[in-house]
Design a protein. Sequence first.
Length: 349
Amino acid sequence: AEQDAGQAEGESLPRAPVVTVMGHVDHGKTSLLDYIRRAKVASGEAGGITQHIGAYHVQTERGMISFLDTPGHEAFTAMRARGAQATDIVILVVAADDGVMPQTKEAIKHAKAAGVPIVVAINKIDKPDANADRVKNELVAEEVVPEEFGGESPFVPVSAKTGEGIDALLEQVLLQAEVLELKAPVDAMAKGLVIEAQLDKGRGPVATVLVQSGTLKAGDVVLAGQTYGRVRAMLDENGKPIKTAGPSIPVEIQGLTEVPQAGDEFMVMTDERRAREIATYRAGKFRNTKLAKQQASKLENMFTDITAGEVKMVPIIIKADVQGSQEALGQSLLKLSTDEVKVQLVYSA
């Protein structure tokens, strides 16, 4: 399939940075994103942030930035670990009155593993007990060193409440982006990542995708993981229909035959039949390995039960609104298995 897509690559042009905001729960990640959206999205359009699209882009004086909004809970590492691959820059939000916390450390670990530069936003700077210096020292201990100490990471004190420092933060993100010299072909068949996906009652399978190179157009044939389809409709993050989406632009697409997995790669193909063949082949392969695993664990369980006496099973069914959350929850629940009690995921959707 790679050959089909890679044929007609246009020249690479500069593209907008894709930024993931990470940080400990309650450190103000969401309010920071909300503030940026309210300030930068044309005021008539936003109409409250109800869209759970998981990605959106904003226009600043110096250029465009795309944000990925990943759920901020320890359980969501599966999605976040995948999310970091889509990301050029991480904004690490640390509360000035709280300092470095377990999820802060985890976010740093993800960013470093993906080799992504970190811009630190010291949030809640308007609070009376805010202590930016303490945050700096704690982050230095985690090997995130501010530029003023000769390190790599810009530190920006911000307040998502008053809006103080937000412009400086976006400025730093764009400066980092300039250093990275991000480029992608525009006149080519689109490739990218599925950010999240769900089954919508009225519209069928709906996927939020991030175009990483090329231009996605309505009517394109798309292969995404184990599913394929023709793009029937494309919506931007405000739910408005659009015809095309270039590199670094997140869009919601309809027309896939099934719901893809969050983190699946997607690519446009010239031939719908070929796309269907590949998707069917992948799905078959996935099903076979899944069955093999189930059989193996059944046998294994039988032997352990025989040797160790009885092991109790807790069968669990997960129903989640978006794919990314479901995966993360499943992994967390499976971790709860002990020697006496095994957690068994019967089904998740």
